[in-house]
Design a protein around this ligand. Structure first.
Ligand code: ADP
Length: 503
């Protein structure tokens, strides 16, 4: 295990990072000695780290090397119940705290996250496999922004929802996935706390370390015990949380399959529910678009975070007249994507998050080939250890192909064509999902025309995968319901008997 202080003594050739640190390019714990890891992590209950009643721990590993990072407690139903009780107790005083006081805690958490940004970025990259350039520039700052943004609302709830007396719901059970571990935690905790609720959060079992480190930040910020509790474990722990007595709401982000199961569990219990589930987003490129910029947007849309993004632009629809030119440009651009060591700041695509996810990507790509689509992968040397997949493009894809219908959740893009705007809309909406979409065109009127007709919660215009805490995010159809972010997201954590829904 690395010790603090060894960093200064180590000879290094890596360039300085913008925020003042530096590290060697070897993805080993020794090279990340500014992140000190405990051998094992307890559950965060009532303001303290405690042993699980199960006595069991599970390993979390670095997907880029397969190396075990730490052991993490497995919470059983007893631990989950204790967490809910702690959150209920904390709710009594937290809800009565003036909004200005709750805001103060949230601001403090946001500032501490930024102060410890490098540590969080490295830890997230280690535990998740995503490139440090992304954790540094997207995940961590955006997580802090969520706390800043919601701190701003905490004392203005009556102004956001005029004509109503906004009341918090109570204890919220929050279950998050592995693809944006810290960001999802912030995205869920910040609005809940701003609205006066208390939280029991369950991170994903394959990437729990940044949520646990966030608990250290909560302690540092002096957040009252029980306001946020974190129970780690796999699906069984999540299921125990959903079943727990005393919840006012469940907020879930994850697979459509588990989302449906949670919906069944919650039905009839008078519990609020928001579900943010899978996606199969259409990314439309019209012939009048700025094609080089569109190529960049398409690359960001599908290869960011190795395509482990529920709103990834995974179905590219290109107007027939520019299809060949666009695909040629895209292939040239894909050949420049650097895949490898996630701790190297020049890396564009890191490791696939798990063996299970890699197996799914492999199986669906095999199905794509078998069904007759043409596969392109640029020459690319992948590391020997860990889980890897090159950027992948399928052309000649029919709507009926599995790769065009099923969420792959990997760096795999399918391409089809359309002739008219109507056909583009028809194809884009031909999916059971409805989370996001993108459109590239030079015509403002067409953007509005398309956006009105796309069945998607988020529509990006001449950009893709841009996130802002002020913008509501959420889906239609099998992508779930409820919004997170913005006033709409805040509303989902409040009881507002008489208030109109914000526009
Ligand atoms: P993914 O396929 O992306 O791993 P999952 O939906 O399986 O998505 O997981 C998302 C989160 O839901 C994780 O924290 C996971 O542990 C949790 N989870 C899995 N199964 C259940 C379940 N039956 N009930 C509640 N939570 C679950």
């Amino acid at each position: 295990m690395a010790k603090p202080g060894t960093q200064a003594r180590r000879k290094r050739s890596a360039p300085e990072l913008p925020f003042g640190g530096a590290w060697s390019y070897e993805p080993s714990l020794e090279s990340t000695d500014h992140v000190v890891l405990a051998e094992r992590y307890g559950l965060f209950l009532d303001g303290a780290f405690v042993r699980p009643s199960t006595g069991r721990y599970f390993a979390t590993s670095d997907p880029a090397t397969g190396r075990q990072l730490a052991l993490v407690a497995e919470a059983g139903p007893k631990d989950v119940a204790a967490a809910v009780v702690a959150a209920q107790r904390a709710f009594r005083s937290w809800r009565r705290l003036p909004g200005t006081e709750r805001a103060r805690y949230l601001f403090r958490i946001a500032r501490l996250l930024l102060e410890r940004a490098r540590e969080f970025a490295v830890l997230e990259t280690l535990d998740n496999g995503k490139p440090i350039a992304e954790t540094r520039d997207i995940d961590v700052p955006l997580a802090a922004q969520h706390f800043f943004y919601h701190a701003g609302w905490a004392d203005k709830l009556d102004l956001v929802f005029p004509g109503a007396v906004p009341e918090p719901l109570g204890v919220v059970g929050q279950i998050i996935p592995w693809n944006f571990p810290l960001l999802m935690a912030a995205w869920k905790i910040a609005p809940a706390l701003a609205a006066g609720n208390t939280v029991v959060l369950k991170p994903a079992e394959t990437s729990p370390l940044t949520a646990l480190r966030l608990c250290e930040v909560l302690q540092q910020a002096g957040l009252p015990p029980g306001v946020v509790n974190v129970v780690t474990g796999a699906g069984a722990t999540g299921a125990a949380l959903v079943r727990a007595e005393g919840l006012a709401k469940v907020a879930f982000t994850g697979s459509t399959e588990v989302g449906k199961e949670i919906q069944r569990q919650v039905a009839g219990r008078g519990i609020d529910l928001t579900l943010e589930l899978g996606g199969k987003a259409a990314h439309l490129v019209f012939e009048d678009a700025a094609l080089d910029q569109a190529v960049e947007g398409v690359v960001r849309g599908i290869f960011m975070n190795q395509g482990h993004v529920c709103c990834a632009g995974s179905r590219l629809l290109v107007q027939e007249s520019v299809h060949d030119a666009f695909v040629a440009k895209l292939q040239r651009r894909m050949a420049r994507i650097r895949v490898g060591n996630p701790l190297d700041k020049n890396t564009d695509m890191g490791a696939i998050h798990s063996a299970q996810q890699l197996a799914r990507i492999e199986a669906l790509c095999a199905a794509g080939r078998a069904e007759g689509a043409t596969c392109f992968q640029p020459p690319c040397r992948l590391p020997e250890r860990g889980f890897w997949w090159p950027p992948t493009l399928f052309t000649g894809v029919a709507q009926s192909h599995r790769i065009a219908r099923e969420e792959i959740f990997g760096p795999v893009l399918t391409v089809s064509t359309f002739r008219t705007p109507d056909e583009a809309i028809e194809k884009a909406n031909n999916t059971s999902y409805g989370l996001s979409a993108g459109v590239w065109t030079d015509k403002g009127a067409r953007i509005l025309w398309v956006a009105e007709r796309l069945q998607a919660g988020v529509v990006w215009n001449n950009t893709y995968n841009r996130f802002d805490p002020a913008a509501p995010f959420g889906g239609y159809k099998e992508s779930g319901f409820g919004r997170e972010g913005g006033r709409q997201g805040l509303r989902a954590y409040l009881r507002l008997p008489d208030a109109p829904t914000p526009a």
